[in-house]
Design a protein around this ligand. Structure first.
Ligand code: AFP
Length: 338
């Protein structure tokens, strides 16, 4: 049996491999783990909010009870802005970039995050998650510039997500494989439970909201139809799973092998999912685990964002299936032009 390894110990050991490291990254990841514990604790009590006092009421500790996604945003913001490790943050819940106040020390990193993804699932007690991506501030001035904030995903120096499910799990990579840590409430610690996660070779699952196929771009429905036809031996045992929480769907597919698809539709011509704090961090993790992520035309990590809350079409999972999706999109685009 492996000795118990906390996330902190794991980070310190990774840090030793980089003699130039000043410990800021370890400190930042420690703060993200802390935020995950606090959010996870609130998520576990979500069903009790009505008992303890609903939104707009005051809970037993005297704190105003907030909607869980707003609360998760407040927790991430407070923890990161006071950590001394960030120069700026971008959140799904904030219209603009947020920088630490004048009293709080600044650090070298820019963090993008979705504090609580899948929030419409909260009331049904279904898995939800937090997603984050970490960049280094690159512009030479002390100002925060577009160059710092709108970096392509290939410049990520680390990314990860937290799944609040049957247990709380933090999965992250800093370019040295993907590692998963499960929260043990008895120790109050994230413990290494999944070392060096690799997406299995065979795609066993496809995940898509098939109620929208008629609004999908040409080629997308045909791609899914091809997988479902089981005409290729590798799809003999294919099945479908759709939670409706991106983090939970992608996490399951990384562990079991699968492809997740959320294309553009007539109503959402650029797709629904956000590049900066949903697609790019997950693409980084999945590439680190041996998979791929694409819009159907472009590698997600190569896109240079134009705006903070930019949306993109998203296909992520096993490399062969992402490549197959791209070939379907290209083939049908060609047919339309002909
Ligand atoms: P919510 O945060 O509004 O629940 O949206 C979740 C999400 O952004 C992502 O987690 C899901 O994969 C996707 O939307 C589901 O979208 P549909 O409801 O259109 O299937």
């Amino acid at each position: 049996m492996e000795p118990i390894r906390t996330i902190h110990r794991h980070l310190l050991e990774q840090e030793k491999k980089h003699p130039e490291a000043a410990g800021d990254f370890t400190q930042l990841m420690g703060q993200i783990a802390l935020a995950a514990k606090i959010i996870g604790n609130s998520v576990n009590k979500a069903g009790l909010l009505d008992v303890l006092g609903g939104a707009g009421h005051t809970n037993v500790q005297g704190d105003a009870v907030q909607k869980l996604d707003i609360l998760a945003n407040t927790i991430m913001k407070d923890v990161l802005l006071r950590s001394g490790t960030v120069a700026a943050i971008v959140s799904e819940e904030e219209e603009e970039v947020v920088i630490p106040s004048a009293e709080d020390p600044r650090g070298p990193y820019i963090v993008h995050f979705d504090p609580l993804d899948g929030s419409t699932n909260i009331d049904a007690n279904v898995s939800i998650g937090t997603i984050f991506g970490i960049y280094r501030k690159i512009s030479p001035t002390s100002e925060i510039t577009d160059e710092d904030i709108l970096q392509p995903g290939r410049s990520l120096i680390g990314a990860g997500y937290v799944v609040y499910g049957a247990s709380t799990m933090l999965v992250f990579s800093s370019g040295d494989g993907v590692h998963g840590f499960t929260y043990d409430p008895a120790y109050g610690e994230f413990l290494l439970s999944h070392r060096d996660i690799r997406i299995p070779d065979v795609c066993k699952i496809y995940s898509a909201n098939e109620s929208r196929t008629t609004h999908w771009p040409p080629g997308a429905e045909e791609f899914i139809a091809h997988i479902k036809s089981r005409s290729e031996p590798r799809y003999r045992n294919i099945t479908t799973r759709w939670i409706g929480s991106l983090v939970a769907d992608v996490h399951r597919n990384i562990l079991y092998g699968g492809v997740f698809l959320y294309p553009e539709t007539e109503n959402d011509p650029t797709g629904k999912l956000r590049l900066l704090y949903e697609c790019a961090p997950l693409a980084y993790i999945v590439e680190q685990a041996g998979g791929a992520a694409s819009t159907g035309k472009l590698r997600i990590l190569d896109i240079v964002p134009d705006t903070l809350h930019q949306r993109v079409p998203f296909c992520i999972g096993n490399r062969d299936e992402v490549a197959l999706y791209e070939s379907y999109i290209a083939e049908f685009a060609k047919k339309l032009q002909a």
